[in-house]
Design a binder for this molecule. Structure first.
Ligand SMILES: Nc1nc2c(c(=O)[nH]1)N[C@H]1C(S)=C(S)[C@@H](COP(=O)(O)OP(=O)(O)OC[C@H]3O[C@@H](n4cnc5c(=O)[nH]c(N)nc54)[C@H](O)[C@@H]3O)O[C@H]1N2
Ligand SMILES: Nc1nc2c(c(=O)[nH]1)N[C@H]1C(S)=C(S)[C@@H](COP(=O)(O)OP(=O)(O)OC[C@H]3O[C@@H](n4cnc5c(=O)[nH]c(N)nc54)[C@H](O)[C@@H]3O)O[C@H]1N2
Ligand code: SF4
Ligand SMILES: [Mo]
Length: 671
């Protein structure tokens, strides 16, 4: 029976198709027969709300008129040739593209158009984890697998709401709890995940570094360290320790707004547990100190030697189904290809492999930086695939103005109605999950096949669109792929260029991947030899610098944004699935009842939420959330009119979770 893998989150649940319905595969390790409501709804959404025709217009003031693939490819190739510099051409990709789609897009952008300005929505998502792993351990490599939860004694979920965002993983965690696993949840909201925790820490938003530093101080003072590991396998312990111990414990605790009892309970659990996994997602990564927060987590695992033994380690939970694959292929603008960073030697290797002399020599612009370049009239063409940046980037009013300045915006989408399409000149249809095929890598390095079970109706898959543009530019041979398998095999060959051949995807077999997953890099940190030049892990002293937007008299609340269980971001698929429609009321704002009382707000009342950048309307819902903190789901279509566009200086990931806002009562709308 044909099997495929889910196109939503990074858990990567395997399905089989029975009578046009998807069902979890029982003996598949990532989901063991389980799936969530979103996952199985995908057999319905293959045909709803589809983009089925090429659309074209000269300017965004005009209406679209029908066009053809051929005309649009010719036009795009002409415009690329006419552009005065490759840097003026941007590619905006997505962690939801398959490896093959990513590979061809990256080859076209960096190999043959010659622009390094090729980034992905993973910049808004996993970039801080990528930089954190590279700094601490030398490589973008997740050193823990989901199945290790069974060997773990303490799981720390920090800034991650697995019950809504990684549903099947959450169920696995709950199962392990029945066998003795303890779970600590650290989140300013008492989330669905917190509800099943053994210990919940309602820390003040943005104070994770203070909490983690406090824990590290306590471990050092009570000598709960793994001295052998520190000595043999890590750098900078002495300077780290000296700086850390100069911090004032009382000040740190006060900053977190946690009680001493709760912190002590956390410390006791940490101290007593033999194997510890820390898992995190957007509450950590999406921050002006996102990299630092990652380093603070990695530090704890280095200090205690809680890494590279079964059931322990720092586990970044990848959000999108193939964000890991995108990182491997090299879709981020800070990587060239196959985990190779920009250097003279690497550029030469890639130039030889692709037989091209157009390889850019240094990092390109990141997602938001490309928009800033557009705002300076510096972008001629932006090609967007499988993502909706006008919707998902912060400070939307600025983003919209910048988009208006791009002479040619091309959107490749399988569905209609994206916010970006309002600013596009060409809409190119591509086939979605169900009709496309290839491979993707889930959050724990498991590579599997995505299998088509419906016909393509004459439409192209994402990689075919990029290959056609390449061919229309005159690079017939470089883009002469006949199938996803051929693309995969070229990509596999390229993985041999990776540092110490660590990205060993070249060992996989395309045909086998449908039924037998392949896990890359299984023994990468063998004997605690990391992939840093001296093969040791690095400790970094960091401090909470409170660089996020601070509340003020005019904007006294902090806005958190995030997921709801049954919607997927912009809702272009989940918004149309019948079994999910009853969960669709998304225009809500969660607030604490005491804060609501101070403003004389009732549950169900519509209020205006205002930041210095924009505003939206939302319905008040009471929730257990820290004082002066509110939450609005990202599926609220106007969410990013509010959010702050401050970026982490290293990862360039936006600080989505810490925007200062105020709440305004709408007098005429009181119920
Ligand atoms: N249902 C559903 N699932 C999804 C997605 C979806 O759209 N819908 N999207 C997928 C994607 S792409 C991603 S990236 C993941 C995201 O997965 P998660 O990050 O688990 O999801 P979020 O809802 O963004 O949760 C972030 C949590 O961090 C908390 N938080 C905010 N600020 C702080 C802070 O300063 N410190 C701490 N400790 N916590 C904080 C928030 O209250 C929130 O509970 O979900 C994936 N799964
Ligand atoms: N305020 C706030 N903003 C955020 C976040 C947050 O937490 N808060 N999170 C950020 C994060 S982590 C992420 S990952 C982003 C997600 O933001 P987006 O990537 O913009 O959101 P999606 O709805 O997943 O967009 C996927 C797009 O791909 C299209 N599509 C579906 N299948 C196919 C296909 O096969 N081919 C093509 N070409 N298109 C297809 C869909 O119709 C949809 O338009 O949002 C970011 N923005
Ligand atoms: S948990 Fe994630 S991968 Fe599994 S079915 Fe749900 S959305 Fe898909
Ligand atoms: Mo994400």
């Amino acid at each position: 029976m044909s099997q495929t893998v889910c196109a939503y989150c990074g858990v990567g649940c395997k399905f089989e198709l029975i009578n046009h319905k998807l069902k979890g595969v029982k003996d598949y390790p990532s989901n063991q027969g389980m799936s969530c409501a979103k996952g199985i709804s995908q057999s319905q959404t293959i045909h709803t709300n589809r983009l089925l025709e090429v659309h074209y217009r000269d300017s965004i003031e005009e209406s679209f008129r029908p066009s053809t693939y051929e005309d649009s490819f010719q036009l795009i190739a002409e415009k690329i040739k006419q552009s005065t510099h490759p840097d003026k051409i941007g590619f905006y990709l997505s962690g939801q593209m398959l490896n093959e789609d990513y590979y061809v897009a990256n080859k076209l952008a960096k190999g043959f158009v010659g622009t390094a300005n090729c980034d992905t929505n993973s910049r808004t998502c996993m970039a801080s984890a990528v930089v954190g792993y590279k700094k601490s351990f030398g490589m973008d490599y997740v050193p823990v697998r989901m199945e290790e939860i069974e060997h773990c004694h303490l799981m720390i979920l920090i800034g991650a709401n697995t019950a809504e965002a990684h549903v099947v993983l959450h169920n696995k965690i709950k199962k392990a709890q029945k066998k003795g696993l303890k779970v600590v949840v650290i989140d300013p909201r008492f989330t669905l995940t917190a509800q099943s925790a053994d210990l919940y820490l309602p820390l003040k938003v943005g104070t994770d570094i203070d909490l983690l530093n406090l824990l590290a101080i306590k471990l050092i003072k009570e000598d709960q360290l793994d001295h052998d590991f520190i000595k043999e396998h890590s750098n900078y312990f002495n300077s780290y320790k000296e700086k850390l111990l100069a911090l004032d414990e009382k000040v740190l605790l006060k900053s977190t707004q946690l009680s001493e009892e709760i912190f002590e309970a956390f410390y006791r659990l940490f101290k007593q547990s033999k194997n510890i996994i820390t898992a995190w997602t957007m509450g950590i990564n999406q921050s002006v100190q996102g990299v630092d927060k990652n380093l603070a987590i990695n530090n704890l695992h280095i200090l205690t030697g809680q890494i590279n033994k079964k059931g322990s380690g720092p586990l970044s939970l990848t959000g999108q189904p193939n964000a890991m694959g995108g990182r491997e292929v090299g879709g981020l603008s800070t990587t060239l290809a196959v985990h190779l960073d920009y250097s003279e030697e690497n550029c030469q290797k890639v130039a030889d492999f692709w037989k091209s002399d157009k390889i850019p020599k240094k990092n390109g612009l990141t997602a938001f930086e490309m928009i800033e370049k557009a705002d300076q009239n510096g972008l001629d063409i932006l090609i967007i695939c499988h993502t909706d940046p006008v919707y998902h980037l912060p400070h939307r009013r600025f983003v919209e103005e910048a988009f208006k300045k791009i002479p040619l915006v091309i959107e490749i989408n399988a569905y209609q109605g994206s916010e970006t399409s309002k600013f596009a000149h060409i809409l190119i249809p591509a086939v979605p999950f169900g009709e496309k095929e290839g491979t993707q890598t889930n959050l724990d390095r498991t590579l599997t096949r995505v299998v088509a079970f419906e016909t393509k109706h004459g439409l192209l898959q994402d990689w075919e669109v990029f290959a056609q543009i390449g061919k229309h530019l005159g690079h017939e041979k470089a883009f002469d792929f006949r199938s996803s398998k051929e693309v995969f095999e070229e990509y596999q060959e390229m993985t041999k260029l990776s540092y110490r051949k660590h990205l060993d995807i070249y060992k996989a077999q395309y045909d086998d991947l449908e039924h037998t997953p392949f896990i890359w890099g299984e023994t990468l940190y063998d004997q605690n030899h990391f992939l840093t030049p001296d093969r040791k892990a690095n400790l970094f002293f960091i401090e909470n610098q409170n660089l996020s937007e601070q509340p003020s008299q005019a904007y006294p609340f902090i806005l958190l944004t995030g997921r709801t269980r049954d919607q997927w971001h912009t809702g272009s698929k989940t918004g149309y699935a019948e079994n999910l429609l009853k969960y669709k009321a998304l225009e809500f704002v969660e607030m604490n009842q005491k804060d609501a009382a101070a403003f004389q707000l009732n549950e169900g009342e519509i209020v205006k939420i205002v930041s210095s950048r924009g505003e939206l309307k939302a319905k008040v819902v009471f929730a257990d959330i820290n004082p002066k903190t509110i939450f609005i789901p990202i599926s609220h279509r106007d969410i990013n009119y509010l959010t702050d566009d401050t970026l982490d200086p290293l990862s360039k990931e936006p600080d989505y979770n810490h925007s200062a806002v105020r709440i305004e009562k709408i007098e005429s709308m009181i119920l």
